[in-house]
Design a protein around this ligand. Structure first.
Ligand code: GLC
Length: 449
């Protein structure tokens, strides 16, 4: 083959233009994703709300009939006693604001298919199927937005009550998609219409899909669903349960041991053992345990989505109110160590959770279960300008041990934490540094990176 230098040159120019465009494109995508995710990274805390007819009969949300602990007809009978008679959306939003949360995510519809808004589709809703007889979401979203709390919509892709949805009970399904693609197409239209209603009526800041695991991205049309949401609101954030088309990961009830490699993630967790209200579930986590979990999550770079499950009448159990208000008081006191911070330093430097201010010149240490005494930080190459107790202001003394003047190896920082400065739950110290935090991993014989 003859090589034509002119053609080769042209080809080369074309290829490099294509390359830079796709690189530039990629970069804009990354930049715009980063931009849209900013409020989420700064927010740290969201409140999850599971509310539905499952609050009536002390059964778990949707799963109880799917797993045959109760028959489907009996499960659905709960709708007759779902009243929302004491529902006070302003009170809910005020409690969420008091917790310090920056966003809330409510179940617009769980796997049982009962919508909490006035869906036009011919299917169950709190308006048509319960004595509550109304759209419960509009007033709640209004109250959230009055308080500048971002509005999230949990939406179950699965709908085990819909006659055109393949899945039903754990050991029986209605049909297979391949055997009846037209029926699946009907369901797909139905679910996408409902999703459009949610989009046009509430314009959620965040979409929290669930149940994607039952079908593939192609079957759900995940790509189209994502594009549809973003065309109506380019800033909408989508959780990672859309078969690969979301923005962030959602580990469930699962505190990571080491820092996950994701850019964005959110741990969702119950306050007792169930997502929805159950009279007999008294396994409440204590405010201390919740605060400790929260500190751990932000230290490892994540958000915390803490769940509450209101009763059928709309009242929130006092144990959940206590957790939210105690967490809120602690958040207000330690605000600068929590909101708008970055995940902390590797655990070997300090035996506990840490966070870093956005400009990286403050390092916050969370003293878990610590009363008073000496604490130690290893491998910190910075000079410490000051140490204070967050929310209390007391200045603390420190001592650097083992620093050799000619060596880059930093000494050990010992800090005295006197009696009387402790928080009831978790005390936080701020180390003000001479410049952005610098860590030394050195040649200790084991760690080189
Ligand atoms: C699960 C369950 C569901 C619950 C959700 C919350 O995926 O299917 O019942 O709503 O987790 O994260």
């Amino acid at each position: 083959m003859q090589i034509n230098p002119m053609k080769t040159c042209l080809l080369f120019i074309m290829l490099s233009i294509m390359n830079t465009t796709s690189f530039a494109q990629q970069k804009t995508n990354d930049d715009s994703i980063r931009q849209k995710m900013e409020w989420f990274s700064d927010a740290k805390l969201g409140i999850f709300i599971h509310w539905g007819i499952y609050a009536v009969a002390d059964v778990s949300e949707s799963w109880s009939f799917h797993n045959k602990q109760i028959s489907w007809p009996n499960y659905m009978k709960q709708a007759n006693s779902f009243t929302a008679s004491k529902y006070d959306p302003a009170d809910w939003a005020a409690l969420i604001a008091a917790s310090g949360a920056r966003y809330a995510v409510i179940t617009t519809k769980h796997h049982d298919g009962v919508a909490l808004w006035n869906t036009k589709e011919n299917h169950y809703s709190t308006v048509k199927s319960t004595p509550a007889k109304r759209d419960l979401l509009t007033p709640f979203y209004q109250e959230l937005r009055k308080r500048n709390i971002k509005a999230g919509a949990y939406f179950s892709l699965i709908d085990w009550s819909h006659p055109d949805y393949p899945g039903f009970l754990k050991d029986s399904s209605r049909y297979k998609i391949n055997d009846d693609p037209a029926r699946w197409e009907r369901f797909r239209k139905f679910y996408q219409n409902q999703l459009n209603e949610v989009t046009t009526q509430f314009n959620p800041d965040l979409y929290w899909f669930d149940g994607d695991w039952e079908h593939s991205a192609d079957e759900w049309e995940s790509q189209k669903v994502r594009a549809g949401i973003l065309s109506s609101n380019p800033n909408a954030i989508i959780n990672g349960r859309l078969m690969g088309y979301g923005d962030y990961e959602t580990p469930e009830q699962n505190i990571p041991v080491s820092r996950p490699k994701y850019n964005w993630w959110e741990l969702c967790m119950t306050t007792n053992n169930n997502w929805g209200y159950r009279k007999t579930d008294t396994a409440w986590k204590t405010p201390y345990e919740i605060i400790a979990l929260f500190a751990d999550v932000i230290s490892t770079g994540g958000n915390f989505l803490l769940d509450i499950g209101p009763r059928e009448d709309g009242t929130i159990p006092k144990e959940q109110r206590l957790i939210l208000t105690e967490l809120g008081a602690w958040n207000r006191k330690h605000e600068k160590a929590i909101f708008g911070t970055l995940g902390g330093i590797a655990p070997g430097h300090f035996y506990g959770p840490t966070t870093i201010s956005k400009d990286s010149t403050s390092l916050f240490l969370f003293l878990q279960g610590q009363t008073s005494g000496t604490i130690m930080v290893k491998g910190l190459s910075n000079q410490i300008k000051a140490i204070s107790v967050v929310g209390n202001g007391t200045e603390l003394k420190h001592k650097v041990v083992g620093k050799i003047s000619w060596s880059p190896v930093p000494g050990l920082v010992y800090i005295d934490v006197p009696k009387g400065v402790q928080d009831n739950y978790i005390t936080v110290l701020e180390l003000t540094l001479d410049k952005p935090v610098q860590l030394y991993r050195g040649h200790g014989g084991f760690l080189t990176n």
